[in-house]
Every structure is written in structure tokens, then in C-alpha cells.
Design a protein. Sequence first.
Length: 376
Amino acid sequence: MRKILIATIFVVIAILNFSCAKKVQYQVADAKIPLTFPRDLYAHPDFQTEWWYYTGNLKADDGKLFGFELAFFKRRTDADFVMGFPVRFYSNPAHMAHFAITDISDRRFIYSDRRERDQANYRFGKAGAREDMLWVWNRDWYVREANGKYHLYAKMPGYELSLILTPEKLPVLHGENGFFQKADGPHATYYLAFTRLDAKGTLVVGNKPHEVEGLAWHDHEFGTHQITKEQAGWDWFSIQLDDEQEIMLYLLRNLDGSYDPFSRAELIKADGTKEEVLLSEIKFEKKIFWESDKTEARYPVSWRIEIPRWNLAIDVEPYMESCELLTPKSTMTAYWEGPIKVSGKLADKNISGQGYLEMCGYERPVRYLTLLSPHF
């Protein structure tokens, strides 16, 4: 009887897999279709994957330094499976979120992740993303735009963050007016960012609230065809310089350790205009590696980056080396995400700054993941 029951379960799983394996046709990023504002800051139901991503460096009223990450992901799940079962039976779309605090002064890295059903489509759903305004939530974590400002809130044991982010520049359209090519063929997304946001608010550490202020960065990306099966992951830098300029560096890493020619860097000037170079004009050296005792992944946490066209030569160093997130409750990925400090030269002038570094695909290639990864 037991053998019959087990066999029946496997037959049911096989039938479900077969019946749900056909992929739904989604809208794809098209270089001929431009982004429009403010509409494209909101949710897009016809693309398979979308995320709203916030990172920043903060200084508290007692002088202590913190980094933060708050990210919301939305993904249609028609062809994704967990333990043999189609995830669409859980929720379609599914909503995931990550929240992390790098407590630089006290040398602590704390994070949390969650996955919830879509509130509009499921009776007991607790997450959603509006299509008529920027309002994304996952239980009590949220980002909401009001009067041109972004209100962020998230909490986990030991830390509670409430921020108001005010853009200091217009959104930057990465790639070709927001069309961001990641490989040959259809592998592209729409990608925009607010690269300099004034951040003010409150961070509760333990039971003690602190007034905090600093700079934040907001990425919004959506698409259907992402990286290829030959690409393992990426190294992504958001750098905010003290002279009111920013640098975005997106290095797409192949399975053999080489980097895809579509990797690129963008320099956003003080007036909001940008310059772009591709991989052929970018030189970099990985100087110091940190190895995780949880995943055994080796992350290059210290970098030397040079771009001759801009007379740029900078050193990138982490505020903390141990900034690996494991996300078994949501995206089921392991990745490194933490605050960085920058120093060097740009256009023959001494520069300094700070920002964030994200490295994904070092534990295992992104293409083997069941759901999605940050910037996937």
C-alpha cells in the first residue's frame, strides 16, 4: 500500500510538471519602445520579472555608520518549480523581499528575507505592487512614493528602518535610453535608477532609535529574457562620489570566468548627463577575496578599477568583508551585498566616495536557481 501511495504521488507530480511546463509568452524589452514617466516607475504585469532595489550608506546621530539594503521582487512563476511542484500553485505572481543592515561600527551584518502571495489574486495574500503608483509591499515592509519622495520601511529582530528618500537628480536611463542589453539576442531588460537620493529617517537598533542621514541609490528593472545559460552571474557597483558624480559598473561574468562584452560602466555627471563605456575600455583587478564559511563561495571584495577614457583609477574596499546573504525563504540564492568606500583619481583629480557592491553567482551559477536573484 505504501509503495502504491508513493508511486501515485510521483505520477501526480509528473503530470503537474508536464501540464505546467509550457512557458507563458511575456512582453519583452524592446529598444524601439521608450520608457515613459512616471508610469514605468510602477509595476508591469506583462513582464516576467521586476524589482525595486534600494541601498545606501547612513550616519547616525551618535556617529555610528550603517549600510542598508531593501529590495522587492515580483515574478510570474508559470515555469518555475520547487521540489517538483509548480510555484504557480503557490502564487502568480510571487513576491519576495530582502532586508539587510550592515552595522559598520559594531561589525555586524544582519539580514532577513520573505516570500508572500499576491494580495490582488489570493484571498490570504500579503504582498503586492501597484500599477497606478509606486507602492510595493511585502507584509509590513514597503516603499511608497508621495509628493516626489520615497518612504521606505522594514524591520527585523534588532533593527527597524524608516527612511524618506528625496531624489537629487532625475532618473538615469541605463543602456540605450533604458534598454539594457545583457547578451546577444533577446537578453535585455528595461533599467532605470535614481543614483543620488538624500536619505533621512530613523534606525532603531535594539530598543534605541537613532536619527540617521546619508545617501541612497534606487534601481528599478523589469524584463523577461535576462542573462544566458553561459553567464554565471555578475559584479555590480553603485558608486556615489563626493563631487556629485556617480558611477554604475555592471560586469556580467561567464561560466569560464571571463566577462561578457556587454558589461559596461556609466559615469553620471553632476548635471545628470551620462557617459558609457563597454568592457573593452574597462580594466579591473580583483585584489582581496573573502571566503564564506557557510557556502564556501570566494567573493572578490577588494577591487582596482581603471577606465582610461575618463582618466579614472579607483580602489574599491568593503567596510566589512562578511556581507553574504542566504535567502532560503524567498529567492533561494546566496550573494554578497555590502557598503563600499572608494578613493582614487578621476580626470586627474583626487576623488573619494562610497556606495554598494553586489556579487552574485559565486556559490553556483544563477542559471541553476529556481526563482530569481537580485538583478537577475
